[in-house]
Ligand binder design. Structure first.
Ligand SMILES: *Cc1c(COP(=O)(O)O)cnc(C)c1O
Length: 452
């Protein structure tokens, strides 16, 4: 192997000094020298990489997303300005949001709130998670998934994820259940539905609450069922980067009579406005006001088109790159609808003579909008977890002996491998099939060039 490498590198330097020169002019001589082309006997690739000065596959680059709001939002905002109140309770726009939300996700109790993080915190509080209770979830996600757990003095327990689904591995979830486990938060990463039937079965068997983090999954479907309807409580984000948005906002919903009626007061300081129970619980103020609701009401009318388009484009990319040796496409169950908040494929390190970093930079140079992985490290690797410093540097439940959790000793090997070998490709509804086909060609070009 060593000999082979040194031979091919010499061969490359001798045969392709012109290429090297081009690379040097672009400041990538190091990369060019590292990326010797094919083995003895195989002809050097005819089409040199754009990062080495060759022609780009996607000459025009990725299409832009364009404006995501306009007349429908303007009309809702105009109407809202005619109202006597901008408060959510009894607000016409909040009411409209609830109605339109139920068309997407038919749940009985729907509560609007200020963010996805708020929705998840409300869900965890309504589920009754208390000091020392454990909640099994994913570590490749937004911090908002776990903030509510920690603020209710619960303990996030991070489980392994599927190799190419990047979603909770039900078998590993099962292994991590203890007498302290109270809930599971299933994150539908990138809009790819988790294995909800398996997770719901585990939750029912162990009397756990299944919370769905649908922040990235607006419009997704699990075996034909709207996302959010299989678990006990569903949480959505309306933050600016999500499929639909009002800048910042969220929705939490449930049809379960144990949790549904609790959602409103856990998002509204503890005030129970429907039943008038008085302050029997405490909560923070996570309310969404009417101006935001007006925008959300309009945005919800755009959702189906956005979700359908992203699903189509992401699936097309999989179809076109699935055959490439060493490439592991984003794995979606054939009967599910993934709405691709992003697309993420993995590279098998042994299949290539380049690092993941070199791969995605070469791909970006071809004109594909892409980046390395999703987040830099799993949540448990972040300093706040490594220091157990959630509350101004301290973690009261650990100090009081209510948990022995030590995140410095926690590792999920597959999670870490996912983050080290994945490449995230931008997918959005402003893209065309033509662009996706070109992006697939670019992935193939880079993969063939660097093939081991
Ligand atoms: C965005 C996001 C959140 C948090 O939502 P915010 O509205 O930003 O608070 C939670 N979970 C996931 C998976 C997200 O992508």
């Amino acid at each position: 192997m060593k000999e082979f490498n040194s031979f091919s590198r010499r061969d490359f330097v001798a045969g392709a000094s012109g290429l090297l020169m081009t690379g040097a002019l672009q400041g990538v001589a190091g990369q060019a020298a590292e990326s010797a082309p094919s083995a003895e006997g195989k002809p050097a690739p005819k089409s040199p990489l754009a990062i080495h000065g060759g022609e780009k596959v996607v000459s025009k680059g990725a299409p832009s997303l364009g404006r995501r709001w306009g007349d429908p939002e303007r009309q809702q905002l105009e109407e809202m300005l005619q109202q006597d109140t901008l408060f959510y309770w009894g607000g016409p726009k909040t009411q409209l949001v609830k109605e339109r939300f139920r068309e997407v996700c038919p749940l009985k109790y729907v509560h609007t709130c200020s963010s996805g993080t708020a929705a998840l915190h409300i869900a965890v509080a309504a589920a009754g998670v208390g000091p020392g209770d454990e909640v099994i979830t994913s570590s490749i996600t937004d911090p908002g998934t776990v903030i509510g757990i920690l603020y209710q003095q619960g303990v996030p327990v991070f489980a392994e994820l599927g190799r190419s689904t990047y979603n909770l591995d039900p078998e590993d979830v099962k292994r991590r259940i203890t007498p302290k486990t109270k809930a599971i938060i299933a994150v539908h990463l990138a809009g790819n539905p988790c294995d909800l039937d398996a997770l719901r079965k585990i939750a029912d068997e162990h009397k756990l609450v299944l919370i769905e983090d649908c922040a990235q999954a607006w419009g997704a479907k699990s075996r034909g069922r709207p996302i959010g309807t299989v678990g006990h409580i569903a949480c959505f984000s309306l933050q600016n980067s999500k499929h639909i948005t009002c800048g910042d906002g969220g929705v939490v919903a449930s049809s379960d009579e144990r949790f549904g009626p609790e959602l409103q007061r856990f998002g509204d300081k503890g005030y129970d406005r429907a039943r008038g129970l008085g302050l029997t619980v405490f909560a923070t103020n996570y309310r969404m006001s009417e101006p935001q609701a007006a925008v959300v009401a309009a945005q919800l009318t755009r959702l189906e088109k956005i979700a359908a388009r992203r699903a189509q484009l992401g699936n097309l990319l999989t179809e076109k790159i699935a055959h490439i040796p060493g490439i592991l496409p984003h794995q979606v169950h054939p009967e599910d609808r993934c709405v691709y908040w992003f697309y993420m494929f993995r590279i098998e390190p042994k299949a290539f003579r380049c690092s993941r970093g070199e791969f995605y930079k070469a791909l970006a140079a071809e004109g594909v909008s892409c980046a390395s992985g999703y987040i830099g490290k799993p949540l448990y690797g972040e300093p706040v977890f490594q220091n157990h410093g959630f509350f101004a540097g301290r973690w009261p439940i650990k100090e009081f002996g209510l948990t022995t959790m030590d995140y410095t000793k926690h590792h999920n090997p597959e999670v870490e491998a996912i983050l080290a070998t994945s490449i995230r490709v931008t997918i959005h509804e402003g893209m065309t099939e033509e662009y996706i086909l070109a992006a697939a060609k670019a992935i193939e070009k880079v993969a063939r060039y660097y093939a081991a």
